[in-house]
Design a binder for this molecule. Structure first.
Ligand SMILES: NC(=O)c1ccc[n+]([C@@H]2O[C@H](COP(=O)([O-])OP(=O)(O)OC[C@H]3O[C@@H](n4cnc5c(N)ncnc54)[C@H](O)[C@@H]3O)[C@@H](O)[C@H]2O)c1
Length: 260
């Protein structure tokens, strides 16, 4: 339980399902963690839960809209002020939109690009001096299986997730000489409080929710947020010291032809 002992990590979208699970796991593995999120209430709850689950957890929250460029420098400065260094950056904040491309609005495009893609670029740029100074800096970008697998109805989101994979590869090339590894995790269907609320609002039963995942991957079930946090942890840690520029699928086998 000490894979990140002495390290300092930033996790954006840290109040959400995957971000909070990652923050909890990182704290349990010895890291000092800054959770950055624009939802102050959810973040207070996430921090309280982490402190309860992980005695002595070093977790600090920064309320920020990562869709605004200036937030990146603020989050980095606050992390260095509180914990004195940065070793790991997990770009995880993400929003969704359900517009077919034929009806896609400019405001939706701009918001998704700002939060899902440009926030990753600006946080990486601002954190890189500290990550280079770390000597074992690691960036983990949370993309999606839909960076690679097409579907109808979420084109703007899927474009940002493909862009994240491309950015990951370029940054890995650029930063290898500076000792910073850059990788992406591509989750499949992960049952987070966001999805739970969405399904409840749509009146879907537990059986209907399970059926969605059963159709979507070989393992025929949803991932828990913790099952995505573990691949993120691995890529962030020294156990992945020879891994950079990769996109790790954490998708239960993905959208494939189902076995009988
Ligand atoms: N859950 C899934 O099935 C799934 C699948 C593939 C990829 N992902 C990706 O994983 C990441 C985390 O997803 P999740 O399911 O935990 O989502 P979530 O909605 O539970 O959490 C996202 C978090 O990001 C925060 N956030 C949104 N906009 C923000 C902004 N402008 N500034 C700061 N914080 C902001 C939200 O407040 C929320 O806490 C996202 O990038 C998502 O696209 C999720």
């Amino acid at each position: 339980m000490s894979r990140l002992e002495g390290r300092v990590a930033i996790v954006t979208g840290g109040a959400g399902g995957i971000g909070a699970a990652t923050g909890r796991l990182f704290c349990a593995e010895g890291a000092s963690v800054v959770l950055a999120d624009h939802d102050a209430g959810a973040m207070a709850a996430a921090c309280a839960a982490i402190r309860k689950d992980v005695p002595g957890a070093r977790v600090h929250d920064v309320v920020a809209d990562v869709g605004a460029e200036a937030s990146a420098a603020n989050i980095v400065a606050e992390t260095e002020r509180v914990f004195g260094r940065i070793d790991v950056l997990v770009n995880n904040a993400g929003i969704r939109a359900y517009e077919p491309l034929a009806q896609a609005k400019r405001e939706t495009w701009e918001r998704l690009l700002a939060v899902n893609l440009l926030s990753y670029a600006y946080l990486s740029r601002e954190a890189l001096p500290a990550l280079r100074a770390s000597g074992r800096g690691s960036i983990v970008n949370v993309s999606s299986m839909h960076a690679f697998i097409p579907r109808a109805g979420m084109g703007q989101y899927d474009v940002t997730k493909s862009g994240i994979v491309s950015m990951t590869r370029t940054l890995a090339f650029e930063e290898a000489r500076h000792g910073v590894r850059v990788n992406a995790v591509c989750p499949g269907a992960t049952l987070t409080p966001f999805h739970e609320k969405r399904f409840a609002a749509a009146g879907q039963t537990r059986a209907q929710i399970e059926a969605i995942a059963a159709r979507s991957c070989l393992l025929r079930r949803w991932a828990s947020p913790r099952e995505i946090a573990y691949p993120i942890l691995w890529l962030a840690s020294d156990e992945a010291s020879y891994v950079t520029g990769t996109a790790l699928m954490a998708d239960g086998g993905g959208l494939t032809t189902q076995p009988p």
